[in-house]
Design a protein around this ligand. Sequence first.
Ligand code: NIG
Ligand code: FE
Length: 383
Amino acid sequence: MSLRVVNIGELVTNDPSMGDGTLGLLHDAALVVEDGRVAWVGPSSRCPDADENLDAAGAAVIPGFVESHSHLVFAGERAAEFEARMTGQPYAAGGIRTTIAATRAASDLALATNVTRLLGEYRRAGTTTVECKSGYGQTVHDELRSVSIARCHADDATLLAAHVPPPEYAGRADDYVRMVVDEMIPACAPHAAWIDAFCERGAFSAEQTRAVLEAGRAAGLGVRVHANQLTPGDGVRIGVDLDAASVDHCCHLTDADVDALAQSTTVATLLPAADFSTRNAYPDARRLLDAGVTVALGADCNPGTSYTTSMPFVIALAVQALRMSPAEALWSATLGGARALRRTDVGHLSHGARADLVLLDAPSYLHLAYRPGVPLVARVLKA
Ligand code: NIG
Ligand code: FE
């Protein structure tokens, strides 16, 4: 089964060997998909035949967005907490416990339905690869069902074993971490690809974070970490030490953190929609990029800090609030996300890549940031 897409006004391949600049831009291009993979890319006038034909009519085509950070397995919502925040209350990690209570009380079907609803939103806005975390269960039983649901519906499942100490462990975070290491990780690791922890005041200390991540790594999981989101701390250093694929948020970094990232293969994943929705400090993307750090962008969909699934919104925000160029922002939301998940099959449109294509209702990817809030994603093809 093959498909050809012709008359692409501007094609973003993210392969500099195929076209101009880092984005590997081609004009008047065409692309052939065979068995879900990119089989041919070149000038529209020389495109070989295929079983089916799609005329892009001069529109731009980009790789599907790669979301490397989401929390979709939850029940309920927290609009009242959002309202309180927008009228003066600061964000505190404790709000996570509201969602833990709702999630524990929800059926598997209700949780799975919520995940598929949000994955549908992601897809309609152009995202074709989604990592999904557990983290609103915080018991062996509830993390096991959360991570199983994530694995069933999303592309990559992450065990966020240490999100916040749950109420029954109030004041006993060390006991909680011991339970995570001795019971939760052995039970859940076979169903996940990644281990994650929230290293933050009010969540888990440096020592507790390291214990959880090391136990996850010993159980065969890749490492990612919520680091330096609300305050400066040791999260980034621990992540780099443990060869994390990604350290996420990165809003409060020291020079030593930036240097450590620059000398590592760890990606800094920036989640500006969370900073937008909490009115907290944005990360300094320019400082990271100028130091040579690989930067990814994610939407961080969750009911507390970032209830959005729109990567186009994140791109527009990254260009304005993080002062990234439109090209940097698009790269970070596609190939950057793939790097943060250590995947080579998505985020680009080189030969052999998974054929994840987004047709825009616009002549150029520039319109994603130039026309903020406008639904420009016209068509999404996954594989
Ligand atoms: O990525 N930082 C911790 N976890 C989420 C927030 C979760 C919540 O508030 O429910 C985040 O921002
Ligand atoms: Fe998060």
